[in-house]
Design a protein around this ligand. Structure first.
Ligand code: BDR
Ligand code: CA
Length: 314
C-alpha cells in the first residue's frame, strides 16, 4: 500500500479525490489536512465529514485543520463554481471533531516519522505545504513524492486567462514549493483536466446507473460544477483532484510525462499565479515531473469501478 496524506480544500472533485484515498485498496490514507480554497473553511470541513461518511469510514481517518488564508493575501473562493461544494448535502456532525494539532505541524511530524515513505496529494492552494517547509527545512526531503494539482502547462487558466485556481489563490506558496526541492509530480489544469479527464453525458449516465450510495454522492457533489462547466463550454464534469490522487496510486494511467522547470508568477498584473513550465530548450534544470497525457478511458473506468463499491453511510 501507499502511505499518503491528502491536503485539500474540500469541495466537489476534492470529495471524489478523498474517496480515492479512502476506498482504493492500494491507499493507506493517514490523514486529511484542510487548507483555505474553494469554499468557506468550515464548509470544507463539513464536506470532508460528508465524504468520510459516504465512504463508510467516519471516524477512521483524522482530519487536521490548516491555513485559513493564503500566506500573503486575502482568501478568494471559487463558490461561483462549486456552490457549497457538496450539492446541498448535509449531515449532523455532532460528536465529530478535527484533531487538536495544526495541519502544518501534523504534516511535518508525519513526514519526519518515516522519512522517504509518506506521499502527499496536494489538491488545494499550497499554503500548508509551503508553511510546513518553512517550519521544517527538512520537510521536502522527508516527503517521498508530492503530487500537486495545479497550474497549466503553457495553456489555459481557469480563474484568469493565465492562471489555474490553486496557484492563483496562493502564488507565493506555490512558488516556494517549487523552489524547495520536493520530488514533485504536477497534474496541470490544461491539458489534463480540461481536455483529457472530462466526463460527458454518456460517462455520467453510466455512473448514475450504478445506483450505489457512492454514485449518488458523486452525482450530487458534481452537479454545481457540471452546470458551471457547461456554461463556459466544457462538455461535462472536470476531475483534477481525483485524477491527481488516482495517478499517485496508479502510475500505469500515465501515458506521457516529462521533466520541467516550474516556477510561479507572483507579481504580474495579468499573470498572478501563472505557472511557467520550461522545458529543456530554456536551459533550466528540471524541478518537477509534469504529466502530459493520461489514459482517459482508463481513468474513467477506474473511477466508475471505485464508485460501484458498496458502502454503508450512517
Ligand atoms: C482546482 O481548483 C479547484 O476548483 C479544484 O478543486 C481543483 O483543485 C482546479 O483549478
Ligand atoms: Ca481542490
Amino acid at each position: 500500500t501507499v502511505p499518503l496524506v491528502i491536503d485539500t480544500d474540500t469541495a466537489q472533485d476534492d470529495c471524489v479525490a478523498l474517496l480515492v484515498g479512502l476506498l482504493d485498496p492500494l491507499a493507506d490514507l493517514r490523514a486529511i489536512t484542510m487548507v483555505a480554497g474553494n469554499v468557506g473553511f468550515d464548509r470544507q470541513v463539513h464536506n470532508a465529514w460528508l465524504t468520510l461518511n459516504a465512504a463508510g469510514r467516519l471516524g477512521e481517518v483524522p482530519v487536521y485543520l490548516g491555513s485559513r488564508r493564503p500566506m500573503m493575501r486575502p482568501w478568494e473562493s471559487a463558490e461561483n463554481v462549486h456552490g457549497d461544494g457538496a450539492g446541498g448535502l448535509d449531515m449532523d456532525v455532532t460528536g465529530l471533531a478535527p484533531q487538536d494539532e495544526h495541519a502544518v505541524d501534523a504534516l511535518v511530524r508525519m513526514a519526519a516519522q518515516s522519512p522517504g515513505e509518506l506521499s502527499i496529494v496536494a489538491i488545494g492552494p499550497l499554503t500548508n505545504i509551503a508553511a510546513a517547509q518553512l517550519k521544517d527545512p527538512g520537510f521536502a526531503a522527508n516527503v517521498k513524492t508530492l503530487y500537486v494539482m495545479g497550474g497549466s502547462n503553457n495553456g489555459r487558466g481557469n480563474i484568469t486567462a493565465a492562471a489555474e485556481f490553486n496557484f492563483y489563490v496562493d502564488p507565493e506558496a506555490a512558488k516556494a514549493v517549487f523552489a524547495a526541492g520536493f520530488e514533485v509530480v504536477v497534474v496541470p489544469w490544461d491539458p489534463l483536466t480540461l481536455r483529457q479527464a472530462v466526463f460527458g453525458d454518456e460517462r455520467l449516465a453510466a455512473i448514475a446507473d450504478l445506483g450505489t450510495p457512492l454514485s449518488d454522492f458523486f452525482t450530487r457533489v458534481c452537479a454545481a460544477t457540471l452546470e458551471f462547466d457547461r456554461s463556459v463550454g466544457i462538455d461535462g464534469t472536470t476531475h483534477p483532484d481525483s485524477l491527481t490522487a488516482a495517478l499517485l496510486l496508479h502510475p500505469e494511467l500515465v501515458r506521457r510525462s516529462a521533466g520541467y522547470h516550474v516556477d510561479v508568477e507572483t507579481s504580474g498584473e495579468l499573470t498572478r499565479g501563472y505557472s511557467a513550465m520550461s522545458w529543456g530548450v530554456h536551459g533550466l534544470d528540471a524541478n518537477a515531473t509534469v504529466i502530459e497525457e493520461i489514459d482517459s478511458e482508463g481513468f474513467y473506468g477506474y473511477l466508475r469501478t471505485l464508485l460501484a463499491t458498496p458502502t454503508t453511510p450512517q
